[in-house]
Design a protein around this ligand. Structure first.
Ligand code: FBP
Length: 552
């Protein structure tokens, strides 16, 4: 197999562990903290998790080991979208297992949660693990979006787990996958099956975070990858002085990535979905605002600019949110009928006839490409796939239209030539930054300690991330304490509360204090490519979001 010089060098990189995890495993013990409660709906969540609710927060400290002495056979899955560092969670887990006892076994179930149901797995060896150290991607075992949530599925998983003698399952995933990890842990605990379940916080979107999970892994690398590209485009825009670039970045439900890229690159415009919703801004309000910024810059002789658009924006715009909700229901209820329609005209008429009057008006107003994209297949959870909706093109079309009208009225004299970009998949499998390489390895290593201490229904937690790894702390948090009850697809369910951009939070507050200046002036900053080797202040910096949240 041929490998790049960087990959070869990264194989030799030794991820940095928190001090406590560098200790001899026999010298690490649990320290119990206070009992926990769910973030809301305590009585309802408690009733659904009688065996795993209210468990104590724990941290690891130096003391004679509190671990059970038993051979471990652990299964691991990667769930959902790729995020840089997933391989390091697995290598950290493997190394800790083997360090504790060479006879311990790690099985990787392939293709995401479905691997556990189909019993499709690989037993990890040094040879396999060494090929994936510090590399991006999830290709070591693949990932998938099958939801593991029904009792029938749990019965099959239990059978598969018993057939391999599994003592624990580690689920590396986002909020939905970790919600399901908690439900599975409760199922096993109720049945006294002896199988523990531990979660690890993954997602580039950064929306799995709370008081204890300071960031989800992958966010750092993905945001830095997009920021490198945005910075390059900014320099091109400022050099050529003739194009506006509309750049959509991933982040399905929250705008953390867009905000982080804005903090890193200081573009002229960055839309934040959460703000659009809070202010009840319509699509026309947004188009009008962008047109105003374009016109003002043009009047100052700057017929160029850069705008960042979060992928999930479309679902935050009130009238489009209602429209998408109606379309989701419509396409779920009339799936067969809709599937039989021959062409776009028939689909369009069908949809129009079934929407409420207001949504029909909104739908009819949208460009045809966007109408088609809104009618495309839903994801396995019945949601519209926002990564496939070309919001950047929608905004370009509408701003072009508005500026043309203004030109006709003599209100705009400049030029507006725009290009659309989408940065999403480019960032999900990059070589993990040093931060993500260290953080992920620590999460995996720490997951072993949670297992060895007999815990279940816990998330692996590494805190103190604002400073270097040596001062990080390691521990675990019961997943149930992150939950509340929400209505999802017509049913009330216990779910981990998603972390959206907080409009009172420090990252957004800083951004909003700067953005008027960034709109008018050209204040671009150029983060450049992620650096893996060199001075610490270049290679080991965290995201601006984390730094601001930590008060730095
Ligand atoms: P996760 O929430 O599973 O981590 O995935 C996030 C994400 O990368 C989103 O940013 C994006 O909208 C989505 O995955 C794309 O999904 P897919 O890989 O199925 O196209």
């Amino acid at each position: 197999m041929s490998i790049s010089p960087l990959q070869k060098a990264r194989y030799a990189y030794e991820p940095k562990l928190p001090k406590i995890l560098q200790s001899d495993i026999g010298n690490v013990a649990i320290k119990e903290g206070p009992a926990t409660q769910s973030v809301a709906d305590q009585e309802k969540v408690k009733a659904l998790f009688p065996n795993t609710y209210g468990m104590k927060e724990i941290s690891f400290v130096n003391a004679p080991s509190s671990a059970k002495a038993c051979r471990q056979v652990v299964g691991v899955i990667l769930s959902g979208g790729q995020a840089p560092g997933g391989h390091n969670v697995i290598t950290g887990l493997y190394d800790a297992l083997k360090k504790a006892d060479g006879a311990n076994v790690l099985l990787g179930f392939k293709g995401g949660p479905s691997g556990l149901i189909e019993d499709s797995y690989v037993e990890f060896t040094d040879e396999i693990i060494d090929r994936y150290r510090n590399t991006g991607g999830f290709d070591i075992i693949g990932s998938g979006r099958t939801k593991l949530e029904t009792v029938e599925q749990f019965e099959v998983v239990e059978k598969v787990a018993h057939s391999h003698g599994l003592t624990a399952i580690v689920i590396i995933g986002g909020d939905d996958s970790n919600t399901n990890a908690a439900v599975l842990a409760e199922y096993f605990a109720a049945k006294k099956s002896g199988i523990q379940v531990i979660g690890c916080p993954k997602t580039i979107d950064g929306d799995l975070k709370n008081d204890v999970i300071e960031t989800s892994f992958g966010f750092d690398t993905a945001a830095k990858t997009y920021s490198e590209l945005i910075g390059n485009i900014e320099r091109d825009a400022a050099s050529a002085r003739k194009y506006w670039h509309f750049i959509k970045v991933m982040g399905r439900s929250a705008s953390h990535i867009a905000l982080e890229c804005a903090l890193e690159c200081q573009p002229n415009i960055c839309l934040i979905g959460e703000e659009v919703e809070a202010k009840g801004q319509s699509l026309m309000d947004i188009v009008c605002h962008i047109s105003d910024v374009v016109a003002a810059r043009s009047a100052a002789g700057e017929n160029f600019g850069v705008a960042i658009i979060p992928e999930g924006l479309i679902e935050f715009i009130p009238e489009i949110k209602v429209l998408i909700g109606e379309l989701n229901d419509l396409l779920a209820v009339h799936a067969d009928e809709f599937g039989r329609l021959e062409d776009f005209i028939e689909q369009f008429d069908f949809v129009l006839a079934h929407l409420s009057a207001n949504s029909a008006k909104v739908f009819a107003f949208l460009p045809e490409d966007i109408q088609k994209q809104l009618m495309m297949d839903r994801d396995p959870h019945g949601n519209v796939q926002v990564s496939r909706i070309e919001t950047e093109k929608l905004l370009i079309t509408m701003v072009t239209r508005m500026l043309k009208e203004r030109k006709a009225n003599g209100q705009f004299r400049g030029s507006f030539n725009a290009m659309g970009h989408f940065f999403g998949y480019e960032g999900r499998c990059a070589f993990p930054s040093n931060f993500d390489a260290d953080y992920c390895y620590s999460l995996g290593y720490n997951a072993y300690l949670l297992i060895a201490n007999g815990l279940t229904g816990y998330m692996s937690v590494i805190t103190g991330l604002g400073k270097g790894p040596a001062s990080w702390q390691a521990g675990g948090m019961p997943i149930t304490c992150m939950m509340n009850i929400e209505r999802r697809h017509g049913e009330y369910k216990p779910v981990i509360r998603k972390a959206l951009v907080e409009l009172e939070g420090k990252p957004f507050t800083y951004f909003s204090s700067q953005r008027e200046k960034w709109e008018k002036e050209t204040c671009y900053t150029f983060p450049g490519a992620i650096q893996y080797y060199g001075p610490e202040e270049v290679c080991d910096i965290t995201t601006r979001t984390l730094a601001l949240e930590k008060g730095e």
